[in-house]
Design a protein around this ligand. Structure first.
Ligand SMILES: [Fe+2]
Length: 357
């Protein structure tokens, strides 16, 4: 793997501050991976882009490119379509199928000007396509546009990461809850999957598991950890965590599908819950799913004021709440079936292990 950089303004006259700024700049440079089996082609791309604030990595094959992408953060791949061994199409497919690389833009290039090849390139997941010999200004314009797009995606990812960190700090404030959010996300996704929900819904449930109580950041410790019962004014503050959480996440477009979960996860089937007193199917399905997972996890976890109930005991309590009109009866039945199946499965697994030993 070769590495080159176009920002090498090394100067013997640099002061400490300048040097620090230069190092910082180098850290923030976009990284472009140029993949081509021909040295001359990689050289020409790097020379055309030498005025850009970028750092180059080079790979002479698709396999080498995949290896680099596994170990290095890359902001853009400029990928030759025709290479011996793993060609550009296969390499592109692997990049777009990778969990950590699917959002890395790919600019595919080809020496042959054939529309079929271009269609195949786009079909393999390439974000842009260029024919050689390319006009230098066109290459620069495409690269800048793709890097801008990647930066926007990075910012979104960072913001979401910050919100999740914030949510986890809320969870850690109450050290009784342990890995509550993680378990909640997993239970909710399992229930959603058993109901045949879409991938987008499952992703929202996963995010909702972490973010549903993020608004508790605004609830003072004196209320959140009050050992006795809350008075009316304190309840008002506590209940407001759903609305505050929704406001916190509202600005992020990618979290829009999660907002109904955050706002409505304390509603009740008979309309006696909050934030809006919604009834029955007015309560968003994802919020109803998360609520059941939230309750079962709380009941089966130990607290200073109660022991951890067994799953069977927790389900019994939830069934009585359902009979009282608080929970969605059909969803409760599906949830019960899912939990009982998973208990039966793990018991079966355990007895198989015991009989094998
Ligand atoms: Fe909550």
């Amino acid at each position: 793997m070769a590495e080159t950089t176009t920002v090498c303004a090394a100067s013997t006259n640099l002061g400490n501050g300048d040097r620090a700024a230069l190092l910082q700049q180098a850290k923030e440079q976009a990284v472009i991976l140029v993949v081509d089996d021909l040295d001359i082609n990689r050289f020409l791309v790097a020379r055309t882009l030498q005025q850009e604030q970028v750092r180059f990595l080079e790979a002479a094959s698709g396999a080498e490119a995949i290896q680099i992408l596994e170990n290095e953060p890359v902001d853009l791949v400029i990928l030759d379509q025709m290479m011996p061994g793993m060609d550009g199409l296969e390499c592109c497919r692997r990049i777009k199928a990778g969990r950590h690389t699917e959002l890395v833009p790919v600019l595919m290039v080809s020496s042959m000007n054939a529309v079929e090849l271009e269609i195949a390139g786009i079909g393999a997941g390439a974000d842009e396509y260029l024919h050689r010999p390319f006009h230098p200004d066109l290459l620069r314009a495409r690269v800048r546009a793709l890097l801008r797009h990647k930066m926007a995606l990075d910012r979104l990812e960072e913001s979401e990461g910050l919100l999740v960190m914030l949510a986890q700090s809320v969870e850690q404030r109450d050290n009784c809850t342990g890995q509550h959010c993680e378990r909640l996300a997993s239970l909710s996704v399992n229930l959603g999957a058993s109901l045949g929900l879409s991938r987008q819904d499952l992703l929202s449930l996963q995010r909702g598991g972490y973010l549903h109580d993020v608004g508790k950041i605004a609830v003072p410790d004196a209320i959140l950890f009050k050992p006795g019962a809350l008075d009316d004014a304190e309840w008002k503050v506590m209940r407001n965590h759903t609305v505050i959480g929704e406001q916190m996440c509202k600005t992020m477009k990618c979290l829009r599908p999660v907002l109904p979960i955050i706002r409505s996860h304390h509603e009740r089937w008979d309309g006696s819950g909050y934030s809006d007193g919604l009834r029955r199917h007015e309560i968003p399905l994802l919020a109803r799913i998360l609520q059941l997972s939230d309750i079962v996890d709380a009941l089966t976890s130990a607290r200073p004021y109660k022991r951890a109930f067994t799953t069977a005991e927790a389900l019994e309590i939830m069934r009585s709440e359902t009979a009282r009109g608080w929970r969605d009866p059909e969803l409760m039945a599906a949830f019960t079936a899912m939990l009982e199946n998973s208990v039966a499965e793990s018991l079966g697994h355990m007895s198989r292990l015991l009989s094998a030993s």
